[in-house]
Each structure stands twice: as structure tokens, then as C-alpha cells.
Design a protein. Structure first.
Length: 712
């Protein structure tokens, strides 16, 4: 709940407290951490005195600005029409209410019932110019805080906004390390932990999408923090475009953590009477290590960020033709793959790239969303009907935000792509980005996608996006594009509520909360190699739950890495997510077919647990030769344990991996009968993990609590 006493706001719920004090009209950040019994902190929290300087240099600010004696990075920078930049936001009023307001034009977390959350709206005003800043803090029952800011220009002249971050938190402490998710195409979300020194550490995207290279996430931890123990302070931005997350250590050893739209190449003109709403930052504190942090993110995102019919439903087991055929297929090839998939128990056939225009390659036809008659002479609806007759649902790949220069769309509307007049239009993957900052282009995308979805019984869409932005015509384009994209997605997902949408951006180039608000699952990476996926999925799980990840078993040697791993390991790595296959099933041998039937049966048995359960990381692949995770039901009675080795170490002992968060005195039995042990024994002694006989081995153990009634 949120209280206001003695000029202190106390936000406390779910074991977390966050304190804001109003001093001389300025909102100061006082505390964020384990829940306090009250907000009585008199005499404890003062800006530390500095000998030569101003106390603003060490105070904690909720909204740090320029020109006030705080020499650290501000959260807001504006330029007024007279060129001045000093701004002095002072407390005006506040409101505390149940529920959570929607953010104008932006995806955000939400409540279903007003009692689930409380919101503090803190209104600040710069008296000289009439510029107002409204800070929004929504406190969820589990202690997570959703934070954003709105700027309103109540003055008479336009204001140029060059920096408007979503959250800024000050710690009167140093010695932190940052945890971030780094990577590139085919190796997204690799966990990186590094010490913070004086100065600023930034992770950001300047690519126009949240990107493969960095995820909009940063956590601060002390060196002793582990997966299971210690205090974690994390921020994640619900946004799919250019972002920046900063951790700054000042001369007085205070640390500032910030996240928001990237100020790089950003400028927004606020006309008199208009407002600018920042995206939402989600702030998670955990007193129980990184897994505690992830559980909070997962619970919120699974149920109060994802939306729509599929939010609470287990997802269909799919077969996708991409790595089986790439662009080269005929209707009969697709039906052959689908038939085997159906016989194996799969539920959805997904037709990937290459079904439209004259596309036999990636060098043409994006924008020409009409069926390729050479490959599919009977059309999409005929193919979809055939697939449906088999008992499978039908899914389709689209890349609606793009245009190929070799397309009818580009020939008719050469100015609909992002470009700067007189400059080259640089192509990446032979394509250009449609400029969704323009309403007419958004209208076209909505009409084009609607046309396709109305043309055939399509139950699923893989919405791809395969290039970064370049040559944007203004500093407002990248953000305006996101607002356009979100309005398109809102319209399409509301118009087709029965379609399951999956996000994709050359794999995980846009694996972020913004996309998850419209599409409850995302293709994690184009890298389908089990060994690489272990790292990628481990990293992704820091923030995003398994029910948001799409994982497929593919052929070996792997198409991205050339590496071979067993069919079993490929299945075991893919298991904890939305499961499927992306290969020519006709090429499987008898042994693999038998294994595939077992994998499909196991997934069907486990998918409710995988969707709803608590995903806990047990052993990091970044720290040794093993990797392990578990998923436990909320009541801890049902546990799925998965472990992997990287390389064979000849003549070595069996390693034991300790489980976590089980009921100590409950007895658990593995479904194969090989383990019968109490929860505390499983957590203290651990499960002995195979002595590897070949590289990339895996094991999956399903444990169930033994109940008295089972014994009778
Ligand atoms: C990139 C995606 O990530 C792949 O899965 C596939 O759909 C290709 N695009 C198709 O062009």
C-alpha cells in the first residue's frame, strides 16, 4: 500500500519498500529494499555533507535535472524557446489511488482488478515555464513497481525535450556490479556481470529496435549475490525501440541507475498544451538473489503484461518449415511435412517465409502480400483448409514492417520507407523499413495484414522484423515509429483476437516487454543449436518467463553452427518454453521418430507446468561445464528438472545439482521411480547428474510430491 506521512511516501507490498521524501519541494529518493515496518526514518537519511561541493551531489533524487548542483546524469533535459535549459521541478500535488492508468499509446503492465495495485501520481511543476512532470509509480501486490513520467507543456512556447528517462534510482552506496544481457544475432541475451567503477556504464540500442546486441535490462548486485541469495535491484523497459540503461558512480561513491528511451539521436518538440509520455520501466527488488528477481518479473509479465486469449493458455505444439525448406517448396512438400507432424502428435503447421510475391530469395517481394501462384497454385486458403482437414491448425509468417525495393509496393510508394532526402537508402537483407511514423503507412500495414488474415483460416502469425533502422529523417523518427507500430499492433491484435501472434526479429532482436504486450510469445533466437540455446535461454530467463519463449528442435549438423548434438539433448533444451520442430521430419530415422513421440508426449504432459510454474536457474552455463534449471508448480508439488553438460570430461565423477525452493519435509518421487527423497535432501544433497559419454548430454527428471493418498 502507499501512504503519505510527514512528507514521506511509503510504497510497501510483497516484502518491498520504496520511500520518497519531499524536502524543500523536491522529491528525494530515500530508500528501496526489504519491506520496512513504517516510514519513520528521521535522522537516518540526509544528503551526506561534502566538503567542497554542494549536497545535491550526493542526494538521492526521484527526478534529477540539469542546472541544480547535481552533476550526475539527469533524467530530463529540455531546451526552452529562449535557449535556457535550467528547470526546477517542485512538488505541486499528488494522488494515491487503487488500480493503474493505461499509458497513452504505449504498451504497459496493467491490473485486472483495482485492488491488485495502487498508484502514486506525483505532480511537479517548473514555476517559471509552466512545464509539468508527472511521475507515476504503480505498486503491485508482489512489490514490483511500474514507473513512468509524463511531461506536459503548460507554457506558451514549444519546449524541446532531448532526454526523458522513465526511471532514475539513487543509491548512497558503491561496490555494485552490473548484470546485463549482451549479444548479437544468433547469440542473444548472454549474461554479462562486471564491476562498476567511477564513471558511467551504459547498455543501449541505437538500432531502432531493442536489438540482439543488448536487452533493455540492467541489474545492480553486490559481488556476493548469487542466483539464490542477496539483494538485487533491477530495471527493465517496456519498449521495443532505442533505449539506454545507465549505472553511474560519482566522485562521492554514490550510484545512480537509470533506464529510458535513448537520448542518443532523440528530440521531441512539445507544443504548448501537448504532452510526452515515457515508456514504462519495471523496477524489481529481490532480497533472494537473481531467481527472486526473475520470479517477480515472470509472475508480472505472464499475467499482467501479456494479454489476450492465449495469455493463460498452453500453446500449440508446432512444426515450422523454415529450416526444412527455406524458400524452396511446393504445396506438396508442405503437406508432406505437416502430415508427419500430425502423425507425431503436433498441433500447428507454420508456413514461414517465401509464400508471397515472387520470393525465392530474400531479395524481393516484401510488401507484396499476395500468394505466390507458382509455389501455391491453389492459394493460401486451399493449403490452410488441407492442413485443417488433417487436424492441424495453420500459421503464417509475415514481415509487415518492411518493403523490398524490388516489389510492387515500393514501385508505387517509394517514399513510404524510412529515408533521408538526397541520401542513399541503405539496404540490409535487401530491404528497407516502412516509415510507421506516418499514419498512411500504418493504415496500409493494417489493411495489408488484415487482408491476408481474412483470406484464409489463419490461427497463428509469426510477425518478423529483419533489419535495424538507418537514415532516419529526424531525431523524432525512431520513437514516432514505435508509437506507430504499437498503434498498428493494437488494431490488428484487437481485430483478430483468436490469432496467436508470435514476435520475431531475426530471432531475439526485439525480445522485450513492448512486444510481449501484443504477442505472448517470441522466437528466442535464429540459433537453434542446443548448446548455444542453453546460454541464450538461460539469459532470457533472467527477465522473461518460459511461456514467452518459443523453442524448436532442428536438424543436425546445426544450420547456424555446424555442431551436432543428440536428438534427446535438442529436445531437452527446447522443452522449457513453447515447444516445436523446425526440420524436415521425413529425414528422421526410426530411433529419432520414437524419441520425437516421447518428447511430444512429455511436452503435452508438462506444458501446463511449464506455462504456469516458477522457473529457477540452478547452475549457470557461464560458470562451468554444467547448466541446470527447474520449473516447480506454485504449490511446489510438481517439479521438472533439466540438466545439461557441455563437454565430456573423461573418467570424472558424477556432479550433483541442488534443487531450490521445494517443500523441505515433503517427499518427492521421480516419475521413473529412481529417486525418492525429501525436499531438503534434494536441495542440500542434490541430484547426481550423468557422467557424460558424449558432448552435450542432457537429463530431464520429473518429480512429484508423494501424498498420503497416493500411498494408500
Ligand atoms: C528470420 C527469422 O528469425 C527466421 O526464423 C525466419 O523466419 C526468417 N527470418 C525468414 O526470413
Amino acid at each position: 500500500m502507499i501512504t503519505f506521512d510527514n512528507n514521506i511516501f511509503h510504497l510497501s507490498a510483497g516484502g518491498v519498500s520504496y520511500l520518497i521524501g519531499i524536502q524543500n519541494g523536491i522529491p528525494l529518493h530515500l530508500y528501496w529494499g526489504d519491506e520496512l515496518s513504517g516510514a519513520n526514518v528521521q535522522g537516518l537519511i540526509q544528503p551526506q555533507t561534502v566538503i567542497w561541493g554542494v549536497s545535491e551531489e550526493t542526494a538521492g533524487f526521484e527526478l534529477p535535472v540539469c542546472g541544480q548542483g547535481d552533476y550526475r546524469s539527469p533524467a530530463v533535459e529540455v531546451v526552452f524557446s529562449d535557449g535556457s535549459r535550467v528547470v526546477n521541478f517542485a512538488y505541486q500535488s499528488h494522488q494515491i489511488f487503487h488500480g493503474k492508468p493505461a499509458l497513452q499509446g504505449l504498451p504497459a503492465t496493467y491490473c485486472e482488478r483495482d485492488e491488485e495495485a495502487q498508484t502514486l501520481e506525483l505532480n511537479l511543476r517548473d514555476a517559471l515555464t509552466g512545464l509539468e512532470a508527472t511521475l507515476l509509480y504503480t505498486l503491485f501486490e508482489n512489490g514490483v513497481i511500474a514507473r513512468s513520467m509524463r511531461l506536459d507543456n503548460h507554457g506558451a512556447s514549444p519546449v524541446k525535450v532531448s532526454r526523458a528517462l522513465s526511471a532514475s534510482v539513487d543509491f548512497c552506496d558503491d561496490g555494485f556490479e552490473t548484470i546485463t544481457l549482451q549479444g548479437a544475432w544468433a547469440r542473444e541475451t548472454h549474461v554479462e556481470r562486471s564491476p562498476l567503477f567511477h564513471g558511467i556504464k551504459t547498455v543501449d540500442s541505437k538500432r531502432g529496435h531493442s536489438s540482439h546486441t543488448k536487452n533493455p535490462f540492467m541489474a545492480l548486485v553486490k559481488p556476493s549475490v548469487t542466483e539464490q541469495q542477496g539483494e538485487v535491484y533491477a530495471v527493465n523497459l517496456i519498449y521495443s525501440g532505442n533505449f539506454a540503461a545507465n549505472a553511474e558512480v560519482c566522485a562521492y561513491d554514490c550510484t545512480r541507475l537509470q533506464i529510458g528511451v535513448n537520448p542518443f539521436d532523440f528530440e521531441w518538440i512539445l507544443a504548448p498544451g501537448s504532452s510526452f509520455q515515457t515508456p514504462e520501466a519495471v523496477l524489481v527488488y529481490s532480497g533472494s538473489g537473481l531467481n527472486g528477481m526473475s520470479h517477480r518479473f515472470h509472475d508480472l509479465y505472464r499475467s499482467r503484461l501479456c494479454r489476450g486469449k492465449y495469455r493463460d493458455q498452453v500453446r500449440p505444439l508446432l512444426i515450422n518449415n523454415w529450416e526444412a525448406t527455406y524458400f524452396s517448396f511446393k504445396e506438396e512438400d508442405l503437406l508432406r511435412i505437416a502430415t508427419i507432424g500430425r502423425d507425431m502428435g503436433l498441433e500447428l503447421f507454420v508456413l514461414d517465409d517465401g509464400w508471397f510475391g515472387k520470393r525465392d530469395n530474400d531479395d524481393c517481394s516484401l510488401g507484396d502480400w499476395f500468394v505466390n501462384q507458382t509455389k501455391l497454385p491453389n492459394g493460401l486458403s486451399h493449403l490452410a483448409a488441407k492442413i485443417n482437414e488433417m487436424g492441424l491448425r495453420f500459421g503464417l509468417w509475415l514481415e509487415p514492417e518492411m518493403v523490398s525495393p524490388d516489389s510492387d509496393l515500393y514501385r508505387s510508394h517509394p517514399d513510404w520507407c524510412i529515408h533521408t532526402a538526397g541520401r542513399e537508402r541503405t539496404q540490409i537483407r535487401n530491404q528497407l523499413t516502412l516509415d510507421l511514423s506516418k499514419q498512411e503507412v500504418c493504415d496500409y500495414v493494417i489493411a495489408a495484414v488484415s487482408g491476408v488474415l481474412e483470406s484464409a483460416p489463419i490461427d497463428y502469425v509469426k510477425w518478423d522484423m529483419n533489419r535495424p533502422m538507418l537514415e532516419t529523417p529526424s531525431q523524432a523518427t525512431a520513437h514516432a515509429y514505435m508509437l506507430g507500430l504499437y498503434s498498428v499492433l493494437e488494431t490488428i491484435t484487437s481485430r483478430f483476437p483468436n490469432v496467436l501472434f508470435e514476435g520475431c526479429s531475426g530471432g531475439g532482436g526485439r525480445f522485450d516487454g513492448g512486444m510481449l504486450s501484443y504477442m505472448p510469445q517470441i522466437w528466442v533466437s535464429d540459433d537453434t543449436d542446443a548448446y548455444e540455446r542453453m546460454y541464450i535461454q538461460y539469459g532470457t530467463s533472467l527477465v522473461y518467463p518460459p511461456c514467452c519463449m518459443d523453442n524448436n528442435v532442428s536438424a543436425v549438423p546445426n544450420h547456424q553452427t555446424g555442431r551436432s548434438s543428440s536428438f534427446e539433448t535438442r529436445g531437452d533444451v527446447a522443452l522449457c518454453g513453447n515447444f516445436g520442430y523446425q526440420m524436415d521430419l521425413a529425414l528422421l530415422n526410426e530411433e529419432e521418430r520414437t524419441m520425437m513421440r516421447q518428447q511430444v508426449a512429455l511436452y503435452k504432459q508438462m506444458r501446463q507446468l511449464i506455462h504456469d510454474g516458477d522457473f529457477t536457474r540452478l547452475q549457470s552455463p557461464y560458470e562451468g561445464n554444467e547448466c541446470a534449471w527447474q520449473i516447480a508448480s506454485k504449490d511446489k508439488s510438481d517439479v521438472l528438472f533439466c540438466a545439461f553438460t557441455k563437454m565430456v570430461v573423461p573418467n570424472h565423477r558424477r556432479k550433483r545439482i541442488r534443487l531450490a525452493g521445494l517443500l523441505k519435509t515433503a517427499v518427492y518421487r521421480s516419475t521413473d521411480g529412481s529417486i525418492l527423497a525429501t525436499g531438503d535432501a534434494l536441495m542440500q544433497i542434490g541430484i547426481p547428474f550423468c557422467q557424460a559419454h558424449h558432448d552435450f548430454e542432457s537429463a530431464v527428471v520429473h518429480l512429484r510430491q508423494v501424498l498420503e493418498k497416493d500411498e494408500q
